[in-house]
Design a protein around this ligand. Structure first.
Ligand code: CMP
Length: 149
């Protein structure tokens, strides 16, 4: 069982795609362990994107991510990180396959709708940035036994 942090970015919320995006992850079989609407502060965005500091797109990304509310969630399931990234599609929407979130709804890398953790260490770090441990809920769904052995 693995956990990943997903953000529906400001463009996803403004374009009323929250339900559509969550539905795709749910239908994939991923289980929601945490979910909230929030407005990311400048400090939090800088911490999240610290590894990109100095890159040409850093300032624009921080401004974009803090420009309007986002929906953050923790999803869990077997290989949740890889499964969620596949459901999102490649970072640049023009390279994302049709059928993925970015491939179906995006055009521009600077408005790519969703964020998902890229590896287990990143997921752990990012989940801790956005959620307190008590905000995450562990439970089973009746369908879980039908999603994996
Ligand atoms: P994300 O998966 O959140 O990780 C880094 C983000 O920076 C990326 O999605 C994009 O939203 C944003 N970004 C903007 N321009 C670029 C770029 N040229 N290369 C990579 N990421 C970019």
């Amino acid at each position: 069982m693995e956990r990943t942090l997903i953000i529906i970015k400001p463009d996803g919320v403004q374009r009323s795609l929250v339900g559509e995006v969550i539905a795709r992850f749910e239908r994939r079989g991923l289980r929601i362990a945490g979910l909230k609407l929030m407005h990311i502060s400048r400090a939090l965005a800088e911490e999240h994107y610290a590894e990109h500091k100095g890159k040409p797109f850093y300032e624009g990304t921080v401004r974009y991510m803090t420009s309007a509310p986002v929906v953050v969630m923790v999803l869990e399931g077997p290989n949740a990180i890889q499964a969620a990234r596949q459901t999102m599609g490649k970072t640049h929407p023009l390279e994302a396959a049709p059928g993925t979130i970015r491939g179906d709804f995006g055009l521009d890398i600077a408005r790519n709708l969703v964020h998902g953790s890229d590896k287990p260490e990143t997921a752990e770090r990012e989940i801790a940035l956005y959620f307190k441990p008590e905000e995450l809920v562990s439970y089973q769904r009746v369908t879980d036994a039908w999603l994996s052995e």
